[in-house]
Write a protein that binds this ligand. Structure first.
Ligand code: T4K
Length: 370
């Protein structure tokens, strides 16, 4: 008999409602709802310190942050990126009239394969936009080396990489800019939200202009900026969430370990390895289904659904297969064999702090065919 309550791939972490009420009361008192209010200012500094980054500019969501990051560095022409991501990565390029150039991924990390980047560089290439997919770090050293050789900027889509540490420091300090998402489905959420991590105060100043229509003061507009601001309710919520996020990550870690142990000897199931030298935040639990599993990925996906378990095929279909991108030369099947193979085999299983032991056990038993 299927379980009664649906089990989703994720559920947002929510702190006790009564703990949020004083924040709301303060906002009511302040009568300051948006446009860099006190909670917004506090969250920018608190979060930068928590993450171990120099400067952080908050946004209403991660997509607006990606669009603005490209504006900040005045990126044009062609940008090398991955087809294996959420659509927002490529969409942010198109919103800037930039042509995405898709490059295949590494079969182990699912991140942009640095060995394939150089052959995709043309005189129009201005930047690389890799994604730290599932929070696994990209090969940041190699990517930086290529960028330096060819004079390219690097903007990391770090939507999955909240508080990931790489070789003892924040992964978000790599590249020219990194972009976070604080969407409801992420490890740390502000309902919706996002941020750009900037290396210096001057860059943050430009980001701050650009997310507020370009205003430098009451009468000076520096650039055709957008309205990308995070409001006070989101920012206050983000401050409260910070009190709980470490415990939330610990719970994710335990579920990750439980699944790994459960699937260790199941033929045809491989868990995506977590890269070494890294402190993870466990945003997704990713399995790849091989031929020797006996049934296909889609059969397993349906079997879980029949049991009221809503696993997701992140990231299938590939961005490069979507109607608005499939006409691009770099979107051809021959160019992206690894991404295609992984997209056809991947399944993300439920992982979130509120997932109960018995629910994780049910998921594990169905996958293990027990
Ligand atoms: N770059 C990358 C690499 C990204 O992954 C994303 C977002 C972005 C950029 C853009 O950042 P934002 O602009 O979103 O800040 C979800 C999220 O909507 C999206 O934020 C996320 N990536 C993507 C990977 O996943 P969907 O279409 O799968 O969402 P949805 O509504 O189907 O939700 C998935 C499951 O989560 C539901 O089955 C149940 C649960 N859920 C969802 C919401 C919204 C809840 O329990 N409560 C909720 O409020 O895209």
């Amino acid at each position: 008999m299927p379980n009664k309550m649906p089990i989703y791939v994720t559920r947002p972490f929510l702190p006790p409602l009564e703990e949020f009420m004083p924040y709301l009361e303060q906002i009511w008192k302040n009568q300051w709802l948006t446009n860099a209010g006190p909670f917004h200012q506090k969250l920018e500094t608190t979060l930068a310190e928590y993450l171990g980054v120099r400067h952080l500019a908050l946004f209403a969501n991660g997509t607006l942050a990606l669009v603005t990051a490209l504006q900040t560095l005045r990126i044009k022409g062609e940008v090398i990126t991955t087809p294996y991501s959420f659509v927002a990565t490529a969409h942010s390029l198109v919103w800037n009239s930039i042509t995405p150039v898709f490059v295949d991924i590494d079969p182990v990390t699912c991140n942009l394969n640095p060995d394939k980047i150089e052959e995709a560089i043309t005189p129009q290439t201005t930047a690389i936009m890799p994604v730290h997919c599932y929070g696994n770090p990209c090969n940041v050293e190699r990517i930086q080396q290529i960028a330096d050789t060819y004079g390219l900027k690097v903007i990391y889509d770090a939507a999955h990489a909240f508080n990931v540490k790489y070789k003892g420091e924040s992964l978000l300090n790599h590249g020219d800019l990194s972009v976070l998402s604080f969407h409801a489905t992420k490890v740390y959420n502000t309902f919706e939200g996002g941020a750009i991590i900037c290396p210096d105060a001057k860059t943050k100043q430009r980001v701050d202009y650009l997310k507020n229509f370009g205003f430098a003061d009451e009468v000076t507009v520096m650039a055709p900026g957008i309205n990308g601001k995070m409001n006070e309710v989101q920012a206050a919520f983000g401050l409260l969430q910070l009190k709980y996020v470490d415990a939330a990550i610990e719970r994710r870690k335990a579920i990750d370990a439980y699944y790994r142990q459960s699937f260790a000897d199941i033929p045809g199931i491989s868990c995506l390895p977590r890269s070494g030298g890294t402190v993870h935040s466990y945003p997704y639990f990713v399995i790849l289904i091989g031929a020797d599993y006996g049934i296909s990925r889609d059969d397993l996906y349906r079997k879980l659904r029949d049991n009221n378990i809503f696993a997701r095929r992140y990231f299938y279909p590939l961005i490069s297969d979507m109607p608005m991108y499939r006409g691009l030369l770099s979107a051809s099947r021959e160019n992206l064999p690894v991404a295609r193979k992984i997209a056809d085999r991947v399944l993300c299983l439920p992982i979130y702090p509120g997932l109960k032991d018995e629910e994780a056990d049910l998921v594990a038993r169905i996958v293990a065919k027990k």
